[in-house]
Design a protein around this ligand. Sequence first.
Ligand code: SF4
Length: 431
Amino acid sequence: MKITPIINYSTFFKGGLRRPLTQYDYERAKKYCKEKGESEKPAKAKLEKLDEDKLNGIQKGIKVFEGLSMKDISEILRHGYLLLNRGCNNNCAHCGYSAAPYSIKTQDRMSWEDLCSLVEGIKELKTRMGSQIATPVWLNRALFIDSDCINVEIYDKKGNSYDYVDCVKKIAETNPRYTTQYDTSGWNPKNDEHQKRAEKLVNYMLSPNNKISQLYISLNPYHVIYAKAQSLKEQGEGKKAKKLEKKYYERMANVMFTLTPLVMPDKKINYRMGFLTRAIDSFQTDTTLDEDALKDIIKNVLNKLEKMYFKDLMGERKFVKSKKDIKDLMYIYKDLIEGCDSTTENILPLGRAQNLFIEPSSTLEKRKTEFLGELKKEKNKGHFALAINPDGSVVTFTQDVSAKTDISLNFEKKGEVKPLGSEIENFVYII
Ligand code: SF4
């Protein structure tokens, strides 16, 4: 008989009791919140410090939390990555999660209605618990693991689409202190929709109280366009390879040009911006996708960017009014890139990246075993890293390995969700 690959999450924790809730449970939980509220300073009573057995019942009737205990909900709110999109078309050679491109066969996107029902559910829960109880709700947590923020695009039933900024604004309704991160490997400059989306991001990040506190640009030889160019070179297709390399340089120079307002000198900013420059040392790889390739990319991208600024100066003057502006901006970008740590250690020999290393440090089987060990340690610390899939199902994960849990938000849109990295199957965790 096939064993269902489930970690029975609720049994790990005190308060993980799941049973139909009664009016008595609700009244009891309300009374407990009131008592806690009266004995604590505003927003000082932390959710995880409360007795979740006594709190169980406060969620009664909130549709999105149907079937979940308060311990489940507390863990999701404190530790869950909310994955708006699953999958990535960048196909990077170093992708630790081996992110697969979008597919119509799987549930790759959360629905807008489900996102809203989660946000409304959290708001309702907070109202019921009272303002004295602090619910952190994903503070500083990314809304992605194996996708690119520029590609986030979720739909409502009428077919309207919502991008990353729309989703961030929606989620921020749950907590005024909410902030998150934005990572991108760039977009095709000829894709009007993505270009407009990026310009919208810039405007949003310049607005007061925006909720994106960190923005990172991936710059490396592993993006499918550049990596493909290198394999064409090896096949003696030099001309085609050059064309693709140029395409990658233009793509990344356009990213930097578009984001110029965010790095303008003397700007008062409330976000951190940087580059994810990644490359494997040449002695650790027998491919040409190494630190020399990265240096070459940086040089060429900066050249293209400078040309874009000169073109701007000669024409529209969108961002630069003088040669000094160009000098200043180039200095800022060089400084930002140089300030990044691009050592091999930032690329783990996991997922697709294993193929890049001469000697991958550990096998998948070994990492799965390590993962189980980590679960035990995490349990002792009181939590696991959790990810909420677009269909509401929750997985626990580390590095490139994940395992299903039996927690699932009550979302309307269902479908097959691809595993996050390599899934541990046929596994029952018994404690
Ligand atoms: S490394 Fe990031 S950008 Fe590249 S394929 Fe993976 S998820 Fe996408």
